[in-house]
Structure formats: C-alpha cells, structure tokens
Write a protein that binds this ligand. Structure first.
Ligand SMILES: NC(=O)c1ccc[n+]([C@@H]2O[C@H](COP(=O)([O-])OP(=O)(O)OC[C@H]3O[C@@H](n4cnc5c(N)ncnc54)[C@H](OP(=O)(O)O)[C@@H]3O)[C@@H](O)[C@H]2O)c1
Length: 340
C-alpha cells in the first residue's frame, strides 16, 4: 500500500478531533493537502464502510453519485479537470497508478465522451475515451481487486424493436457514441469479472447541462420550441439513478448487466411539454410558449438516433431492488431542486 495511505488511515482512526482539525489546517494550503483534507474530513464520518473512487465526478451524474455515496463511503473523486485527483482515463499508466494508490473497494465509472453529435464527428476520440479509456479502468480494477460499476447507455440499441429493451436483447448501435459505449461494455466483460454494467437513458440533473434545462431556458426567453416527437425513451433523473447505484453497491447484487431508468416513457416533445407545464405552474414563465412536435429529419443533426430506446428493468425487478418512480414525479422534483 502507498505509505501516504497508511499515514492517512492512521490519521482517520487515531487522531482526536483537535488534532484532526489542526492537521486539516496544516495541509489545506496545497493541492495535495486539499486531497488529504477531503479524505480526512470525510473519513471522520462514522458510517463509512469502504472506499469508492468516482471517475467522472465533475459530470452531471458524477455530481449526484458523489452526493449520494458520500454519507456511506470514503469517496475519492477524479476527472480530467479536477477532483481529489486529476485523471485522464485514456492514459493507461496514470489510470493504473491512481486506482492502485487509492485502493478502492468499488470504482464508479461515470467518465465518458457524452456529446453524441461530437462522437459522430470525432469517432477516434469517442473510441479513445469510451472504449479504450474504459478498458484502462477495467484492467486497473482487476489488478487491485476492485469492483467496477460502469454506466452505459440505451443508445447501444437500434430502436427497431418498438416496445423497449430488456437486458437480454441483442445490442445494435446506430451511432458512434452507442458503438463506443458498447465496446466499453465488451472490454469490461473481458477484463474485469467483478463488474456491474448499468445501462441508463436520457439523463438530466442539477449538476450539468441537459435537455430539460435547455428547454426551460428557451421557454423563459419566450422562444417558440420545435421538439422531436418520433423518438421515445426513458427520461431519468441522475439523483434517482445515483440512489439506485448506491443500492446495488450496498446490497452487493449479482454482477452483470442491469437497466436502470425512471418509470414510464416519453418522446422529447412530451418531455419538453411537461417541463413547460411545470414551469408555468411555478410561475416561471411570463408569456405563453408554443411547443411544436417535429420529425427527426426536421432537426439538423449528423447522428442517427433510435426511434424507441425505452429500457425495461427486468433484471432489476428479478433482483428485488427498489423500483424507481415515474419520470413525471422525478422531473417535478428536479424542478424543485433547480428552484431551491
Ligand atoms: N447524459 C445522458 O443522457 C446519458 C444517457 C445514457 C448514459 N449516459 C452515461 O452516463 C454517464 C455519465 O453521463 P453524464 O451525462 O453525467 O456525463 P457528463 O456530464 O458529460 O460528464 C462526463 C464526465 O466524464 C469526465 N471525462 C470525460 N472524459 C474523460 C477522460 N478522458 N478522463 C477522465 N474523465 C473524463 C468529465 O470530466 P472533465 O470535464 O473533467 O473532463 C466529466 O466529469 C456516462 O457514462 C454516459 O455515457 C449518459
């Protein structure tokens, strides 16, 4: 084990409160100090039961994963721009070093190249991050015996099935983003037997830019909205998803692939209408906003998207895990949190 970890562990468990506060003050001035400061501060929580490394912690889902895991685990956060540690998962050596030095019980991999149109334009970058970056994390986890929780996407499916996909349906991505994430899934299956792959969809959350936020901004500006109505999916609140990921880890469910989304289904148009309705209900809109349904081909995008990528949570149900609420209830909660 890294000697710094030994030092940190002894700080966590042996120092009394005054010494703890003093040591935090001493090391707060440097970047490295801030890292240990966070660990010591979090480690003071008596309910901590293990160490979780969240990669992609600065992203929308990462934000809520950190919030929901923090009361239960010692967290170490990583992403390219910052966190407790800076990490680019495309750098295999750095990934191995960070995972081995943090010695996590579980790694939650939220990091990805998530700009779907960007992936289409830069397929090399998409595979570099979503496939090979994921492979780096998977092999680093195997080396230290950590379990890996990988977040994947409904876009691994082509949408032709029509009534939604179970975990046992065969993937067939239509776009580079979906294909690169599917390659990430394959690497993990190959390299890291102790893994959970969680496919989710149409995420929104307070910790990042997302479709409801974009609609809300445009509606507040009084702009007329034209929204695609021939793509159906499973809108999912990152807060609810992060809670579900926590439940999986805490209950140590069987390894493998799970679909995790809020209940119900919607088109982008239906989702936009609900955002506008809730905004109007809260008195956020000064004028009427028109929302017009359009076909996918009327929206300029280089990317093919599935017509129906609804995810069914068959395996989740069989495992007896807590069902997630309907997306309308989750969206209402999201709007409350935006207001707060
Ligand atoms: N958004 C959706 O609708 C959706 C739907 C289905 C599945 N998912 C999946 O859910 C997960 C989380 O998505 P999200 O929307 O929360 O993503 P996001 O907001 O775009 O955040 C992505 C995170 O990944 C980090 N990252 C990107 N490239 C990295 C690299 N090379 N090395 C290290 N970190 C890197 C970013 O950190 P920096 O900014 O610091 O680089 C950021 O923290 C992803 O796996 C995504 O594929 C998302």
């Amino acid at each position: 084990m890294n000697p710094q970890w030994d030092a940190c562990t002894s700080r966590l468990f042996n120092l009394h409160v005054f010494a703890l506060v003093t040591s935090q003050r001493e090391c707060k001035s440097t970047a490295e100090g801030a890292f240990w400061y966070n660990l010591v501060q979090r480690g003071a929580n008596e309910t901590v039961k293990g160490r979780v490394l969240v990669i992609g912690a600065s992203g929308m889902l990462g934000h809520d994963v950190c919030a929901r895991f923090a009361p239960h685990f010692t967290l170490v956060t990583a992403s390219r721009q910052g966190g407790d540690v800076r990490l680019d998962i495309t750098d295999g050596e750095a990934t191995r070093r960070v995972v081995s030095e943090t010695a996590p019980d579980v790694v939650v991999l939220c990091a990805a190249y998530t700009d779907v149109d960007g992936c289409e334009r830069n397929p090399e970058e998409a595979y570099r991050i979503n496939a090979f970056g994921t492979a780096n994390v998977a092999s680093a986890c195997t080396e230290v015996g950590a379990r890996l929780l990988y977040v994947s996407t409904d876009y691994v499916f082509d949408g032709d099935k029509g009534d939604g996909y179970t975990e046992w349906d065969a993937p067939h991505p239509l776009n580079v983003y979906g294909a690169s994430k599917l390659a990430g899934e394959a690497w993990i299956r190959e390299v890291c037997p102790r893994h959970w792959t969680v496919r989710t969809a149409w995420l929104y959350g307070v910790g990042g830019r997302c479709f409801p936020r974009t609609i809300l901004r445009a509606a507040r500006e009084g702009k007329p909205l034209r929204v695609v109505n021939d793509q159906r999916g499973s809108p999912t609140f990152t807060w609810d998803l992060a809670g579900a990921l926590l439940e999986m880890v805490q209950r140590e469910v069987a390894y493998g692939t799970y679909h995790v989304v809020n209940g119900g289904t919607a088109t982008w148009y239906e989702l936009a209408c609900e955002v506008v309705r809730l905004a109007r209900e809260r008195g956020w809109l000064s004028a009427e906003v028109s929302v017009t349904p359009i076909h996918s081909h009327e929206w300029p995008s280089p990317t093919r998207r599935p017509a129906c990528s609804v995810l069914k949570m068959e395996r989740w149900r069989w495992a007896g895990l807590t069902p997630l609420r309907h997306w309308r209830a989750a969206l209402r909660d999201y709007m409350y949190r935006l207001e707060a």
